[in-house]
Ligand binder design. Sequence first.
Ligand SMILES: O=C(O)CCC(=O)C(=O)O
Length: 277
Amino acid sequence: MSDFDEKRYRTEDHAGTFPQLKPGPERSSAQIDADHEVLMRDGYVIIEGLLSREQCETIKAEGLQLLNKTGRNPFEGHKTQRVYYVLSKTRITDDLATHPRILGLLDKLFMPGYLLSQSQIINIQPGEAPQALHFDDSFYRLPRPRQALGAATVWAIDDFTADNGATVVIPESQRWDDERTGLRNEAVPAVMPAGSVVFFLGTTWHGGGENTDRAARFGITHQYCEAYVRQQENYLLELSKDRVRATSPELQSLVGYNIYPPFMGMVNGMHPLRLLN
Ligand SMILES: O=C(O)CCC(=O)C(=O)O
């Protein structure tokens, strides 16, 4: 009989030189446990006070310079400015993508080695109509109800109000089957002061809100996914090696410089981080 243990081989981290990053103590706390409980109950959780007003002002000042075109269709929003390719253009969102309160939640949701799926700056301008309600991991075409294969954050860099386009979410919709479609009167606005974040599951129905205010609403979103499904953004083509070298080990792992055991992510049978050295 062979002494080959298939399950261990499939699940263990075999990398010697670049073992999988271990979460630090800041990624497990009573607060994160409490956030997780709300998230699993309601499908979303609002976490306030993660960024100071000054941090928001700095992020916004740089982010505003990147804003340009408005959306190409109603889903993007004809009065909404979106910055794609964010990690190549600016470093202002890096610390949001890897914030310990967010990674701590993701550690509880996904297998180690989970990935960043996409990043955007979203500036909803006055007069914008409500975005069509949707759930983010719908392109993983597996029947619902099911576990979320993705999750998202929307960071409020301005105050998010019921009038200025705060993200709207439908509580408990993460449990719905494929027959049910989100209705606008079921959605509640994620009202929160600047510096807060709404975190929701990839299965939770939500959308960008209508902006009837006089000012725009500046937000930053990151989406994440399990390591074994495809990312929306092709970071390995988008980001130069120099760009990746300049980021934190956590962000390097999130964009795809990691191994999901035993092999996913390999280059020439080895760990992709070897390419950066
Ligand atoms: O900007 C927001 O509040 C959410 C946008 C959104 O859900 C999307 O574009 O997929």
